[in-house]
Write a protein that binds this ligand. Structure first.
Ligand SMILES: Cc1cc2nc3c(=O)[nH]c(=O)nc-3n(C[C@H](O)[C@H](O)[C@H](O)COP(=O)(O)OP(=O)(O)OC[C@H]3O[C@@H](n4cnc5c(N)ncnc54)[C@H](O)[C@@H]3O)c2cc1C
Length: 296
């Protein structure tokens, strides 16, 4: 098989996830433009290789066995700010842009609406794909439209926000893997520099105080069941500090599993199974994973 120029072989995925866990990708490609991303997808299709679109790797548990296909990492990261209307401002961002850079760009332009996202790692594409949420806000509040490559039709399309089916950590993109996000348009409002700055600081301080940021993790492992905090249920089961291999249920926030030292995916999985079993036994609640599994 003739490989697309730029494709690398046997790349350790643990270097591309915030958990620092994961085996090797058989093939790995860093797309620096939309055209390169589409080219890599077409290559995978013609070579009959499965492919996986990787953003910042901050919501993933990658198998210890790695991935027997092509991982395409989104590196395109152009962002621009337009003054479209007097009271609504538009930010256009390519999928590989860091969400944190967007928060900074908005603040620099005195735009409000994204402060809550300060401190969330990952890319804009990952954030839209997951409808990332925090402090009662989510991407659904700011996304105007999303440009995608529809693999099933080999066509670039524009999806308006109302057709993205945004729900609590749910979107059309999670359900339809043929929709690959290329860029998106966010709609923000003019705000006051000082207030925006204070809000950002408030959210960053909260994370610093309450989240185990000193260890690699993938953020919260489980979604919150309706009206309850998954972290509280786990804590009430007395599971904080439980370990498996190099992984531990965080002492600081029970909905985080941290990689203390060389944890493997199987260690994290055994803690996930323990949590699900104990929470079901004690509260009759079935926790559902927020993190996504990325298996061979
Ligand atoms: C310390 C920490 C704190 C966190 N806090 C929060 C929080 O407050 N709220 C929250 O919701 N999440 C939080 N997260 C989880 C995570 O940061 C988000 O889910 C993030 O948006 C994932 O983006 P990513 O680029 O890393 O995506 P990845 O983890 O790389 O991928 C996630 C999914 O998106 C898909 N994807 C990525 N890019 C594209 C694309 N271009 N087209 C189609 N599919 C794509 C991938 O295939 C995968 O299925 C946190 C994580 C950490 C480590």
């Amino acid at each position: 098989m003739k490989l697309l120029p730029g494709i690398q072989k046997n790349i350790p995925l643990k270097n591309y996830t915030t958990f620092k866990i994961g085996g090797r990708a058989k093939y790995f490609f860093q797309a620096k433009s939309k055209e390169e991303l589409i080219k890599a997808i077409k290559f995978a299709q013609s070579a009959k290789l499965p492919f996986f679109i990787l953003g910042g790797g901050s919501n993933l548990l990658v198998s210890d066995k790695g991935y027997n296909g092509l991982v395409i990492k989104c590196q395109m990261s152009n962002v621009k700010c337009q003054n479209k209307m007097s009271n609504v401002k538009i930010i256009e961002a390519e999928t590989g842009a860091e969400l944190g850079d967007l928060v900074k760009l908005a603040a620099k332009n005195n735009l409000t609406g994204l402060e809550w996202a300060a401190g969330i790692p990952g890319t804009v594409g990952g954030a839209v794909h997951n409808n990332v949420a925090a402090f009662d806000n989510s991407m659904a509040d700011v996304v105007k439209s999303v440009e995608v490559f529809d693999v099933s039709e080999s066509k670039i399309k524009n999806i308006e926000a109302k057709s993205c089916n945004f729900g609590y950590k749910e979107t059309i993109f999670k359900k339809n893997k043929n929709l690959i996000i290329l860029s998106c348009i966010l709609q923000l409002k003019p705000g006051k520099a000082k207030e925006i700055e204070q809000e950002i600081k408030h959210f960053l301080d909260y994370r610093e105080k309450n989240h185990p940021l000193k260890f690699p993790s993938a953020g919260c492992i489980f979604k919150n069941p309706s009206g309850v905090s998954a972290g509280e249920l786990i804590e009430k089961c007395g599971l904080k500090g439980r370990k498996s291999g190099g992984a531990m249920i965080s002492e600081k926030h029970a909905n985080f599993i941290v990689n203390l030292d060389g944890a493997q995916a199987k260690d994290v999985l055994s803690l996930i199974n323990l949590i699900k079993k104990e929470v079901k036994n004690k509260f009759n609640v079935e926790l559902k994973e927020e993190i996504q599994y990325f298996n061979a």
